[in-house]
Design a protein around this ligand. Structure first.
Ligand code: BTN
Length: 262
């Protein structure tokens, strides 16, 4: 693991995406300040000061991807070609959920009770403390890499948090003490990479129980926005590949592999 630290950057994800070809697998881009931090669904990610985490992990799966198979749950005909989800091997699309679980473990070591809002938001007392944005970079139909960006509110002021348009919190406020950014970040990265190979080999199934134990969205009537369509149903499960399983009003079952609970 190689860490590139910046004082100020537009966005660690944007930086990583632009330079993906020259950066090695498992490179970390970290910044004290993001001037154009990005969230999911073209939202922005607010900068809350230099003692919070803004970082991106570069993942470069080391096999060539065929350009003709897109969509989750597509069974590969060849043994050497993995199942794909949105153009990337399915297990890599679950990395955001793996990272969310790893973050939960770390928060629990601090005595907190984190929850996961599908697919990968981490909450404390129903308020968001971390968000994850995964972006894939393709060139000429080839997957060049995946950028896994995470923002964690470690040391934010109540005033700055109140400027965010959704309920948000920060570790320092939950624990009533300042958090050491360097050691928090290193612990998370070490924990992420310690089990990384085994996660890639075994897939979402290997973390499913840990994920579900922390899920705050099961057995509820939910509205999920998927692109511009809103799906409404009762959440019954998370599938073995990390999809949200909804029972719709007409009794049919729908598995969602992307979207946002609204
Ligand atoms: C979300 O919850 O909407 C995802 C937020 C992801 C924010 C992080 S901060 C580091 C990295 N760089 C970005 O511009 N975004 C991600």
């Amino acid at each position: 693991m190689n860490i590139l630290s910046f004082k100020k950057i537009d966005s660690t994800n944007t930086y990583a995406k632009k330079r993906i070809e020259e950066l090695n697998d498992k490179t970390i881009i970290s910044a004290d300040l993001q001037t154009a931090g990005r969230g999911r669904f073209t939202r922005s990610w607010t900068d809350l000061g230099s003692e919070n985490i803004y970082m991106s992990i570069i993942i470069k799966p080391n096999f060539a991807m065929p350009e003709h198979i897109f969509g989750c749950n597509v069974e590969s005909k060849s043994k050497s070609v993995p199942k794909l989800c949105n153009g990337i091997p399915e297990v890599f699309s679950n990395l955001t959920q793996y990272l969310a679980v790893k973050l939960c473990f770390q928060l629990e070591q601090l005595g907190l009770k984190p929850q996961i809002k599908w697919p990968n938001d981490v909450l404390l007392n129903d308020k968001k403390v971390s968000g994850i944005l995964a972006e894939s970079v393709f060139k000429g139909g080839q997957l060049k890499g995946i950028v896994l960006g995470i923002g964690i509110n470690l040391n934010a002021s109540l005033e700055n948090l109140q400027n965010i348009d959704r309920p948000a919190t920060s570790l320092n406020l939950e624990l009533e003490q300042d958090i050491d950014k360097e050691s928090f970040m290193m612990n998370l990265l070490n924990s992420f990479f310690n089990d990384y190979d085994s996660f890639i080999a075994n897939g979402f199934k290997s973390i499913k129980d840990d994920y579900i134990k922390r899920a705050n969205f099961l057995e509820k009537n939910l509205k999920v926005s998927v692109f511009n369509v809103e799906k409404e149903g009762f959440s019954i499960d998370v599938s073995d590949n990390g999809s949200l399983v909804l029972k719709l009003k007409d009794g049919s079952i729908e598995k969602l592999n992307m979207g946002e609970i609204v």
